[in-house]
Ligand binder design. Structure first.
Ligand SMILES: [Zn+2]
Length: 162
């Protein structure tokens, strides 16, 4: 099962339009957009939300890292700012620019568990509050496509034992 990190509900309960809406807008960041003159690819999607919006674990797993990127306590421009890396055997997900964390390294989480609250730490702007969300399976994949795929599978579970 996969849970939307901002909506906090399983992918299978969200219509595709909702996944796209809850996901990227052209104005902030969609997967694969380039920055800095094209040498840097945006490896995730920017989920628009309010300051202090609850952020949920997209899947079950273990917290691999939780805290400030590079230990750069509150330093402006320090990339992801306050962030969480969550991993299971196939997938790592990343939640960045949070203002407060409720989990720490080594915690075992359920899908949908509250991990922290949205903010604008790192290189984020208070005028465009969002959670930078990544899904990596080895390489980064498009979280919106991933959600659409999983939502589809959850809406139409395979028929067993026929
Ligand atoms: Zn981003």
């Amino acid at each position: 099962m996969m849970v939307h990190p901002i909506l906090g509900v399983p992918a299978g309960t969200i219509p595709d339009e909702g996944i796209r809406k809850g996901g990227s807008t052209g104005r902030i960041g969609y997967f694969g957009m380039t920055r800095n003159g094209g040498d840097k690819m945006h490896a995730g999607v920017d989920l628009i939300c309010g300051v202090g919006a609850p952020v949920y674990a997209a899947h079950a797993g273990r917290v691999m890292q939780a805290g400030w990127q590079n230990g750069g306590e509150g330093k402006p421009g320090a990339g992801y700012g306050l962030r969480v890396y969550l991993a299971d055997s196939t997938t790592t997900s990343v939640y960045a620019h949070l203002c407060h964390l409720l989990v720490q390294q080594g915690d075992e989480l359920e899908a949908g568990q509250l991990i922290g609250f949205a903010g604008w730490t790192g290189n984020a702007d208070p005028r465009d509050v969002h959670v930078h969300f990544e899904i990596r399976r080895g390489d980064p994949v498009d979280p919106v496509e991933e959600f659409e795929k999983i939502a589809d599978a959850e809406r139409h579970p395979p028929i067993k034992g026929v």
